[in-house]
Write a protein that binds this ligand. Structure first.
Ligand code: ARG
Length: 468
C-alpha cells in the first residue's frame, strides 16, 4: 500500500526520467538530510509532531545517510526519495516529516546550504593561491620584464609587479564571493510552497540549526545592504522563488574565471617568447614533435573560463522568464552554478601552481625589456622633470624614435640631441645630461624611477607586498 502511495506521487510515465533530478541531486543529498533534521527538530519543539515520531524519523535519516545517495529508492528528486526511504523505515507516520513545508522551500534551503560550503572551499583555494603568488612575487621584486600594451613593448616592469596585479584582482574576486556569502546564508524554510503555512513554525530556529545567520566574512557590506539580518529569508514568496544568490555567486565565479584566463593568456604568451620556463608538472609535450614543451595547463585554465561564462549565461537564461512563485525550470538552475564553481576551483589551484613553480630567466627578460624602445616614456619623463612641457618632450622622443634603425632598440644622447634643438629652442644638454639619459634608457633604472604608489619600483612593490 505504501508503495502504491509513492507511485501515485511520481507517476511520470514516459517522462519519468525526464522529470527526475535524482542523479543530479547527489550534490545536495547531505544538505537535504541536514535540512530534514532541522525541520523535524523544529516541528517537535513546536509541538507540531510527537517526539516518538520525530525520534524515529531522525533515526531513519541516520540510516539513510549511512546507506548513501546511491541506495535511495527511485524518485522524482532527492527530497521525495528521502521521504520515501523514511516512510519505508518508519511507516506512514514518517510522512509527518513533510508537515509545514514544501519541496520548494526545502530545495531552496538545500541549495543554499550546499552552496555555502562550495563558496568557502573556493575562497580557501583562492586565499592559498594568493599566498603562492605573493611568495613568488617576493622572490622577483628585482626581476625586470617587458610590459606590454596592445601586445606591443610598452614599458619595463618587474615580474613581482605583474604577479601582484593578479593577486590584487584575485583579492577582489575573493571579496565578491564573501559578499555573496551573506546573502546565500539566509533561511527559506517555513516559506512552504510560497504562501507560508498555518502551522506555528519557528523559522528562526531552523535558521539557527542550519547556521543560516546572514553571516559572512564581510559583515559591513551585508549589514548595509540587507534589511533582514537574522538569517531568515523574509517574504515567503521571495524565499521559495529566488535564485539570485546563485546568480551572484556564478557571476563572481565568472569574473574570477576571467581574471584567471587573463593570467593564463599572459603566461602562454610569455612561454612562447621564452620569457618563462614552466615546471614540467605544468607543461605538456607533443605526441609527434619531440622538441615541444607546451603550456597546456594554462591553456586549459583559459578554456575552462568558458564553463563559468556559460554557467552564468545558462543560469540567467533559465531564470529570466519565470513568473512567481515556483516553476520546475528551477530544477535546472543549480547545475549551472555547480559546473562553474567546480571548473573554476580547479583552475585557481592549477594556475597558481603553474605560476609559483615557474622560473623567470632574468637576463633574457631584462634584455627583452629594452626591445622596441620601451624606455621611451622614461626619457620623456626626464625631459619633463627638467621643465620641458610633457607634450614637447613626447615629440622630441618620438622624433628620435622615428629615426631609429630597425635593429636599434633606443636612440643615444647624441641622436636625441640631433632632433631636440628644433623643438626645445636650445641644446638638449641644457636640460639633461648624458648620464641621466643613459640611466633612463636602462630598464632597471627605468623601473626604479617609477616609484609612485602602486608602481613597479622595488620600494613601491614592497609596500604592496606588505599590504597584501
Ligand atoms: N526537484 C525540484 C527542484 O529542484 C524540487 C521542487 C519540486 N517542487 C515542485 N513544485 N514540483 O526544484
Amino acid at each position: 500500500e505504501q508503495t502504491a502511495v509513492r507511485r501515485d506521487r511520481f507517476s511520470g510515465g514516459p517522462a519519468r526520467s525526464f522529470l527526475s533530478s535524482l542523479a543530479d541531486d547527489e550534490r545536495i543529498f547531505a544538505a537535504d538530510l541536514a535540512v530534514d533534521r532541522a525541520h523535524v527538530v523544529m516541528l517537535v519543539e513546536q509541538g507540531i509532531i510527537e517526539a516518538d515520531t520525530a525520534g524515529e524519523i531522525l533515526a531513519a535519516l541516520d540510516d539513510i545517510e549511512t546507506a548513501g545517495h546511491g541506495a535511495l529508492p527511485d524518485g522524482e528528486d532527492v527530497h521525495e526519495a528521502i521521504e520515501s526511504a523514511v516512510i519505508d523505515r518508519v511507516g506512514q507516520s514518517g510522512g509527518k516529516m513533510h508537515t509545514a513545508r514544501s519541496r520548494n522551500d526545502e530545495v531552496a534551503a538545500c541549495i543554499r546550504y550546499r552552496l555555502r560550503s562550495d563558496v568557502l572551499e573556493l575562497v580557501g583555494t583562492l586565499v592559498g593561491a594568493r599566498e603562492q603568488l605573493l611568495d613568488a612575487a617576493r622572490e622577483q621584486t628585482g626581476t625586470v620584464m617587458p610590459g606590454y600594451t596592445h601586445l606591443q613593448p610598452a614599458q619595463p616592469t618587474t615580474v613581482a609587479h605583474w604577479l601582484l596585479s593578479y593577486e590584487q584582482a584575485l583579492q577582489r574576486d575573493t571579496a565578491r564571493l564573501l559578499d555573496a556569502y551573506g546573502r546565500i546564508n539566509q533561511n527559506p524554510l517555513g516559506a512552504a510552497a510560497f504562501a507560508g503555512t498555518p502551522f506555528d513554525v519557528d523559522r528562526e530556529r531552523t535558521a539557527e540549526l542550519l547556521g543560516f545567520d546572514g553571516g559572512h566574512a564581510s559583515a559591513a557590506s551585508v549589514a548595509s545592504s540587507d534589511r533582514w539580518s537574522d538569517g531568515v529569508a523574509e517574504n515567503s514568496m521571495d524565499a521559495s522563488a529566488t535564485r539570485d544568490f546563485l546568480v551572484e555567486v556564478t557571476s563572481a565565479v565568472a569574473t574570477l574565471a576571467t581574471t584567471l584566463s587573463q593570467l593564463a593568456e599572459d603566461v602562454v604568451v610569455m612561454a612562447s617568447k621564452g620569457h618563462v620556463e614552466l615546471d614540467d608538472d605544468y607543461a605538456s609535450t607533443s605526441s609527434i614533435m619531440p622538441q615541444k614543451k607546451n603550456p597546456d595547463t594554462l591553456e586549459l585554465v583559459r578554456g575552462r573560463t568558458g564553463d563559468a561564462t556559460a554557467g552564468l549565461n545558462g543560469l540567467l537564461t533559465n531564470l529570466k522568464g519565470q513568473p512567481r512563485a515556483y516553476n520546475r525550470d528551477l530544477q535546472r538552475a543549480g547545475r549551472h552554478a555547480w559546473d562553474a564553481i567546480d571548473s573554476v576551483t580547479d583552475s585557481v589551484a592549477v594556475a597558481a601552481g603553474a605560476v609559483s613553480t615557474a622560473e623567470w630567466p632574468a637576463e633574457r627578460l631584462e634584455s627583452a625589456a629594452t626591445e622596441g624602445f620601451a624606455t621611451a616614456t622614461g626619457v620623456a619623463d626626464l625631459l619633463a622633470m627638467a621643465g620641458v612641457p610633457f607634450r614637447t618632450a613626447h615629440e622630441v622622443v618620438a622624433a628620435a624614435a622615428a629615426e631609429l634603425d630597425p635593429d636599434e632598440d633606443a636612440p643615444d644622447f647624441d641622436a636625441l640631441s640631433a632632433v631636440a634643438e628644433d623643438a626645445l629652442g636650445a641644446p638638449l644638454a641644457e636640460y639633461v645630461d648624458r648620464a641621466a639619459v643613459q640611466r633612463a634608457l636602462d630598464p632597471a633604472e627605468s623601473v626604479a624611477m617609477r616609484d609612485s604608489r602602486g608602481g613597479p619600483a622595488p620600494d613601491a612593490v614592497a609596500d604592496q607586498l606588505a599590504a597584501a
